[in-house]
Design a protein around this ligand. Sequence first.
Ligand code: NAP
Length: 307
Amino acid sequence: MKDLIIIGSGPAGWTAAIYAARADLHPLVFEGDQPGGQLTTTTEVENFPGFEHGIQGPDLMTVMKKQATRFGTEIVSQRVDALARNDDGTFSVTVKGEVHQARAVILATGATAKRIGLASEQALYGKGVSACATCDGFFFKGKEIIVVGGGDSAMEEADFLTRFASKVSIVHRRDAFRASKAMQDRVLQNPKIEVIWNTEVADILGVDVGRVTGVMLKSTVDGTTREMKIDGVFAAIGHTPNSDLVKGMLELDEKGYVQTIPGTSKTMIPGLFACGDLQDAHYRQAITAAGSGCMAALDAEKYLGGI
Ligand code: NAP
């Protein structure tokens, strides 16, 4: 029986692990399918305090993991298949058929990038369609691509992709971006970026030849369509919380985010805590995720100490 199991290894999970390990709770972290979480698919992080000149997302996650390890965190690079509450109030965490027991559990499973939802997107995934500029940008040297979305992610991806692509067009369904002003300015001043307003991607072309050759664009104003020749499509249209593990066990909001007791990381189940993007539909920053990971570890420590 462990004191504490932490599920997830983004900034929330690692911060919870650092605090819990330093409190002698000997946490066990299940890293999941994407160790390090979403920051491993981002590039320069300029707004995480403590890094005056910025830090690459994957590097930030590597140092957080090392910091957690330094204080005795046990790490398993596997995905949790099931979570259940036992009659005595402890928890069973099932991983590849093996059951691990803990007195408390911190959920830090984050969120996942959304897909546009086209059959052609699915068919051409990895063949010119991507949701990760950091992972795939390199393959688009000298090519023309589009980025779908109008939030900070779309701005960041578009800006990053101009390192490789000859031209990047941002396709946005409205006439104004949702992104922060600083990110918008960077994009609007980039001569390699064009913005196609009031437009959505109705189809991705090239399924017949097995690679993206273009897109069918549709005006959200008058419904007119036009074809655009393009080599790649990057979707940056938001995220879905990874809450499947606790569906039916915990209260979720309409988008699937875990609900916590305001001002705490406590869920409605004693001993079960949630932090990071899994329970935050609003701020969704690395630093807010890390802060909530700290809250979860402190809440778990108090719970385990019977305070
Ligand atoms: P977001 O803010 O939710 O923006 C999603 C964008 O995609 C919106 O512009 C939305 O359009 C559009 N969209 C959603 N569904 C669509 C669909 N089916 N088809 C076409 N367009 C669609 O998501 P995000 O950009 O991933 O950002 C999430 C959070 O992370 C934000 O809080 C953001 O500030 C933060 N973030 C910060 C940084 C940074 O500071 N370095 C970088 C990345 C993300 P509408 O505007 O019309 O709704």
